[in-house]
Design a protein. Structure first.
Ligand code: ATP
Ligand code: MG
Length: 399
């Protein structure tokens, strides 16, 4: 067992000693069986939240209405959720109410895919009620029970199917895939933020090329923000992504935006539809500006300078894209820029004011920007005396 589990074993044992059942469940069990590293360990138990709180001294109510209590143990927090069923879904998203139950089987039955429905007992026994082990072996993603019903209960599961197939390189089993195709319109009921989480994870998976092809084939893009009726060349896109894994969220979205052919301005609107943070939007816009210039031809040192701290994701996006531009050469050019930002300029507003007796104002900013551009372009050395002299000349020519 991975160390994350052994560290949490005393918790399972303590719950068992108090007369309840407790198991490791969810992604960590799946990933362990696949030999992959795990992040968080989830525990499911027959004990009700109040009963868990009576057993452990230190707990936090992280989601008590869903049955989740965090147990604090030697500086670690363990999310422990009471076995539950989710009843009467009337809006295709999340249950109207959860009911706590004492039966593990009922809890596993509400889970999305067979490979996510294992339970692991403290003694090492794997409980596999839906033949998930066979699906793991065959690299198959299969809904627990009737896929049709499961997607009606929670439409997000369709998006999760593509996400897991991308992350794990699993094929979606035909009946599950068909149910996605038939019910994909239910995604309209799901909050963008939740869709975004799954979509981003899908883009960061190692089989994103496969998931992207399936996504278009079942028509899911028609229910995703800004992707309706896109005439994106998905086969070409899948070819670019085959054998590649995108390294982070910024690169993923920059690549998508670039391949959609959006301008820097449209980028803003598109990413807002997806409810992205201002920070991500800013990074992607900077990169898209440079990439669009590169699509047209050469870029200047000033263009590179303006990309600033977005340079790394931008060059990674370039390397993924169809553009035949040497990203290593651009990386070297960026590294060799005389300055990387305004703060590195050997002159500033204060110096200008005291040396030239100028009053701060709009002319001031323009003057500084001209100096900045000439330093970045290599026409001026980044030295205080040189820049003061150049500023004097610029003022004289203005007059
Ligand atoms: P990850 O490694 O990305 O965390 P995970 O499988 O742990 O993957 P989570 O979203 O953390 O995924 O969910 C934990 C578990 O809860 C899942 O393995 C699954 O059993 C169950 N689950 C989560 N979301 C749903 C859902 N929408 N419908 C049914 N079961 C779900
Ligand atoms: Mg998880």
């Amino acid at each position: 067992l991975p160390s994350e589990f052994t560290a949490a074993l005393p918790i399972l044992e303590k719950i068992e000693q108090a007369g309840y059942e407790a198991y490791f469940v969810g992604g960590s069990v799946r990933d362990t069986l696949l030999g992959k590293p795990i992040h968080d360990v989830d525990i499911a138990t027959s004990a009700f939240p109040e009963e868990i709180k009576a057993i452990f001294d230190r707990t936090i109510d992280t989601g008590i209405q869903h049955g989740t209590v965090m147990i604090l143990d030697h500086g670690q927090g363990y999310e422990t959720t009471t076995f539950r069923t989710e009843s009467t879904y009337t809006d295709f998203r999340r249950p109207d109410e959860v009911t706590f139950v004492r039966s593990l089987a009922e809890d596993l039955q509400r889970r999305d895919f067979t490979i996510n429905a294992f339970a692991l007992k403290a003694d090492g026994e794997i409980i596999d009620l839906f033949d998930g082990l066979t699906d793991l072996k065959n690299k198959t993603l299969r809904a627990v029970g009737s896929p049709e019903e499961r997607f009606h209960e929670d439409a997000l599961r369709m998006m999760r199917a593509l996400r897991f197939s991308s992350q794990l390189s699993f094929e979606i089993e035909p009946a599950t895939l068909q149910a996605i195709q038939e019910n994909v319109a239910l995604l309209k009921n799901i909050a963008i933020e939740r869709i975004n989480v799954e979509f981003t994870k899908m883009m960061l998976g190692s089989a994103v090329w496969y998931a992207a092809l399936e996504m278009i084939r079942v028509g899911m893009h028609n229910y995703l923000p800004g992707l309706q009726d896109t005439d994106i060349d998905i086969v070409g896109l899948a070819d670019l992504l085959k054998g590649e894994q995108i390294s982070n969220e910024t690169v993923a979205w920059m690549f998508l935006v670039f391949e959609l052919g959006l301008t820097a301005t449209d980028t803003n609107g598109f990413l807002r539809l997806w409810k992205h943070s201002n920070d991500l939007i800013k990074q992607v816009r900077k990169g898209i500006h440079l990439l669009n210039e590169l699509r047209l031809g050469e870029v200047s040192d000033w263009d590179l300078y303006e990309v600033g701290d977005a340079i790394e994701p931008t060059l990674e996006t370039l390397a993924l894209s169809e553009l035949m531009v040497d990203d290593t050469a651009l990386r070297t050019r960026y590294a060799n820029l005389t300055i990387k930002n305004k703060q590195e300029l050997a002159i500033n507003g204060g110096i200008l004011a005291s040396e030239l007796g100028l009053k701060p104002g709009p002319v001031f900013g323009k003057l500084l920007q001209q100096l900045e551009m000439q330093v970045v372009g290599g026409q001026l050395k980044n030295e205080r005396a040189v820049l003061i002299e150049a500023a004097q000349k610029l003022i004289v020519t203005k007059k």
